[in-house]
Design a protein around this ligand. Structure first.
Ligand code: FA5
Length: 347
């Protein structure tokens, strides 16, 4: 019996390393340990042994059994590891292209010229003690028109071609003047703030007109504020931005939310005032609208016009950026063309 046990063990040892897949291992295990397995068959023969021999054979058989089981475990682990490795090998991905990307050289990112100018404008106003506010692009009639002294039937509503939502109550703001109302709702006078962002108009596009462009709104409310205060702030702003005196002219302008109202033009820096497509051959470019805040607008903001007054202005950031960097068409700014934007990285 012992000899047979040794033979079974020797055969087991010589075969186990040739088992190379888990289903085969299950069969191999059953060949020895299954009901009709070789080890079970041997155990069956124990019936004929003396008690003494039964004991010693039983102990030996158990020892061999444990050895075989742990050999099966070990071999199974190897088979599973090999299966994982071969799967990985089959699914190997070539990611050497990532090295090729870095080989092309990494380019430093840069800010868009509009972002640069907006940040400069905000810094200038911060240094003059203004706060910075933000407001929604999607507005209702009240903030964009009504509270700004533009009632429903007012012809001024047609001055800015509006993108309306289907509900006919919401719109894409046509100017940043909505910030005046939002600002007055959260601030107690005296105050001064600016806020900038995108505005939208259903415009015919040309070198100086975009349908989605940027404005910076400013508002200052307090006691005894007069037009010269407003001119002082706007002059300071322009000379800081252009780092030199710029030829400007102020002319009367109509906006229902200011009285008196003005428009400020600067000499076209692209043609030096001679006339070009940006200034429509007149030598001047419309930079901003401004004026003394209309009493009914102050009232919309809960401010008593008998006690407080102030000025407001709305500046076109795109056109200012064009003058600043000598860009001859506003549409370049919105083209998303990297060759265009990259020129400004160094500025
Ligand atoms: C307004 O939008 C008034 N809300 C400005 C204002 C604010 C007046 C506070 C008084 C008090 P206007 O439509 O003129 O005004 O636009 C202001 C500036 O935005 C213009 O001077 C111009 O520089 C710029 N702008 C206007 N339309 C366009 C356009 N289609 N593309 C690029 N810039 C534009």
């Amino acid at each position: 019996m012992l000899q047979k046990l040794n033979e079974v063990k020797t055969e087991f040892d010589s075969l186990i390393d040739s088992v190379s897949a888990m289903p085969d291992m299950a069969q191999f295990k059953a060949d020895y340990f299954g009901k009709k397995g070789k080890l079970n068959a041997l155990m069956g023969g124990m019936r004929d042994l003396s008690v003494e021999d039964k004991k010693s054979f039983g102990a030996k058989a158990n020892e061999v059994k444990q050895d075989m089981l742990s050999a099966i475990d070990k071999r199974s682990q190897v088979i599973e590891l090999e299966a994982i490795n071969s799967k990985l090998e089959k699914n190997r991905q070539d990611i050497s292209w990532t090295e090729k990307i870095t080989d092309r050289g990494q380019q430093a990112a840069g800010l868009h010229p509009l972002t640069k100018v907006t940040r400069e404008l905000e810094d200038i106003f911060l240094s003059m003690g203004f706060d910075i506010l933000d407001g929604p692009h999607i507005e209702n009639e009240y903030y964009n028109f009504e509270a700004l002294n533009i009632p429903e039937s007012h012809p001024a509503r047609d001055m800015q071609d509006t993108f309306w939502f289907k509900d006919k109550k919401h719109l894409l703001r046509t100017h940043t003047s909505n910030l005046q109302i939002h600002g007055m709702e959260v601030k107690k006078p005296p105050f001064k703030f600016v806020g900038s962002g995108k505005v939208f108009r259903c415009e015919t596009l040309d070198a100086s007109h975009e349908a989605a462009f940027h404005q910076l709104e400013g508002m200052m409310v307090g006691h005894d504020i007069a037009v010269p205060h407003m001119i002082h702030f706007l002059r300071t702003l322009l000379s800081e931005i252009f780092k030199s005196e710029l030829k400007v002219r102020l002319r009367p302008g109509f906006f229902p939310f200011v009285e008196p109202g003005f428009e400020l033009d600067y000499e076209c820096l692209l043609c030096g005032g001679k006339g070009c497509s940006v200034c429509k051959q007149v030598g001047w470019v419309e930079a901003l609208g401004c004026g003394m805040v209309h009493p009914s607008v102050l009232r919309s903001g809960g401010i008593d016009p008998n006690e407080f007054n102030g000025f407001a202005f709305g500046l076109g950031i795109d056109r200012l950026t064009m003058m600043r960097y000598h860009i001859d068409d506003v549409r370049h700014l919105h083209s998303g063309n990297l060759q265009f934007s990259e020129q400004f990285r160094a500025y």
